[in-house]
Write a protein that binds this ligand. Structure first.
Ligand code: SF4
Length: 68
């Protein structure tokens, strides 16, 4: 199985929070402005589907996934 690595772009992030709803184990938001916080860069396999969903839902395209 390819290993998934997550990159986030906090500059692009608009704090919409869709990623947190889709994968709360992986994404959180800063208390003060809602900007995304990455809780784990290499999520375990059982979270792959929800991480991909989060990336798909992000309106700012601030979640970049790398598979290798
Ligand atoms: S869904 Fe995208 S814009 Fe919204 S908080 Fe997550 S990374 Fe930021």
């Amino acid at each position: 199985m390819p290993k998934l690595t997550i990159h986030i772009d906090q500059v692009k992030c608009v704090g919409a929070g869709s990623c947190v709803l889709a994968a709360p184990e992986v994404f959180d938001q800063r208390e003060e402005d809602g900007i995304v916080i990455l809780l784990m860069e290499n999520p375990p396999e059982h979270l792959t589907a929800s991480v991909k969903k989060a990336a798909r839902l992000c309106p700012a395209l601030a979640i970049i996934l790398e598979e290798k």
